[in-house]
Design a protein around this ligand. Structure first.
Ligand SMILES: C[C@@](CO)(OP(=O)(O)O)[C@H](O)COP(=O)(O)OP(=O)(O)OC[C@H]1O[C@@H](n2ccc(N)nc2=O)[C@H](O)[C@@H]1O
Ligand SMILES: Nc1ncnc2c1ncn2[C@@H]1O[C@H](COP(=O)(O)OP(=O)(O)O)[C@@H](O)[C@H]1O
Length: 330
């Protein structure tokens, strides 16, 4: 009998899916498969989407106004609805890949899953929101069928790597060094700096465009992704010192595509009197702090001085650095 088919009581799991930032991101020349080798120190930050999932089958009463059972394996509702709820959504693709793996392994089929995704992390910001949602969908799905032999972190990361280079990181949250095309993940200590000011310019940066520009500019040296810093020493550095060590090799191509992003970064650096880095392929920017009070003061100051770029108040925020992922039964 399929799991969920006879479930009398809805069994929901809710996960706050954290965004990530690339504290340090070095990129090498493209490989034969077109992907770029990289070396990145990634950490979660406290900006969250919320994903709720519920087994959905014959015995489960539908939520008010919702269809009784999904027509397909997963019935996803997104808020805002502008986010696709079909196969373009990494949550849908992850659940399908998970169900396929179960089927290949001869495990019981899942009758259906009803999911809702409340989006807060902007897409195209280099914050891995879609990747986090996908990883958290797998964690939630595994929890929904508790009692079965759970997948190991390596098995989850293996499924994840088939869907996106950034997804495996989230199974080693809150802090890891990612190599290969991003899918080889090694947990390390999170930074001592526990707060970040995050700036979200109203700019959508498509990741492939930034990598293409990186190639067109002839950037990328293999040795940059092979020489690893002393991560343990970096993790202990005070925030201001650590910021001076961090590099993002995708800044040059991102700024070549959108020069106003560089102008925002420069202004943010001048006004905060500290280095400001881009995360991933952009467009988000961050700087780290050891204490929340200083972070809040700098945030308030930047809110005033970044207005001229069309950056709204709520797009400059203080977030915790190195937050855990904790699915909870709802
Ligand atoms: C740049 C980074 C840094 O963490 O993050 P984002 O800015 O996307 O958050 C990642 O490398 C993005 O990872 P992710 O967004 O999962 O990329 P994927 O879906 O696997 O690939 C999207 C496209 O990006 C390019 N790509 C991605 C990863 C990589 N190591 N080399 C690449 O060249 C390829 O053109 C690929 O077709
Ligand atoms: N659950 C999801 N949330 C947001 N975007 C998603 C999701 N699933 C797939 N996508 C697609 O992935 C793209 C990249 O989204 P995301 O991972 O949030 O940003 P980034 O690559 O900048 O870190 C989006 O433009 C969108 O088309």
């Amino acid at each position: 009998m399929p799991i969920g088919a006879e479930t009398a009581v809805p069994n929901a799991v809710s996960v706050d899916c954290p965004a990530k930032i690339n504290l340090h991101l070095r990129i090498g020349p493209p490989r034969a498969d077109g992907f770029h080798p990289l070396m990145s120190w990634m950490t979660t930050v406290g900006l969250f989407d919320t994903l709720t999932m519920q087994l959905c089958g014959a015995g489960v009463p539908p939520a008010a106004g919702e269809t009784p059972t999904p027509q397909s394996l997963i019935d996803l509702t997104c808020d805002p609805p502008i986010v696709p709820n079909d196969d373009r959504n990494l949550v849908v693709r992850m659940i399908k890949a998970w169900a396929q793996r179960r089927s290949d392994a001869g495990q019981a089929a899942v009758a259906g899953i009803r999911a809702t995704l409340l989006k807060r992390t902007p897409a195209g910001a280099g914050l891995g929101g879609g990747s986090s949602d996908a990883a958290c969908a797998l964690l939630a799905a595994e929890r929904l069928i508790a009692g079965e032999p759970p997948l190991t972190t390596d098995q989850m990361a293996e499924i994840a790597a088939t869907l996106g280079s950034d997804i495996p990181f989230f199974f080693s949250a809150p802090s890891a060094v990612c190599t290969g095309r991003g899918e080889i993940v090694r947990p390390i200590a999170p930074p001592a700096a526990k707060w970040a000011v995050l700036i979200l310019p109203p700019i959508h940066m498509p990741t492939p465009d930034v990598y293409r520009k990186f190639d067109a500019m002839g950037l990328g040296r293999q040795k940059d992704v092979e020489t690893e810093p002393d991560w343990a020493a970096w993790a202990k550095l005070p925030a201001a010192k650590l910021m001076t060590m961090l590099v993002n090799d995708l800044e040059a191509p991102a700024f070549a595509i959108r020069p106003e992003l560089e102008a925002i970064r420069l202004k943010a650096e001048r006004k905060s009197v500290r280095p400001v880095r881009m995360s991933g392929s952009g467009s988000s920017l961050f700087t780290l702090f050891g204490d929340e009070r200083t972070a809040t003061e700098v945030r308030d100051y930047l809110r005033i001085h970044l207005r001229e770029f069309g950056i709204e108040e709520q797009a400059v925020m203080v977030v915790g650095v190195g937050v855990p992922i904790i699915p909870s039964s709802a």
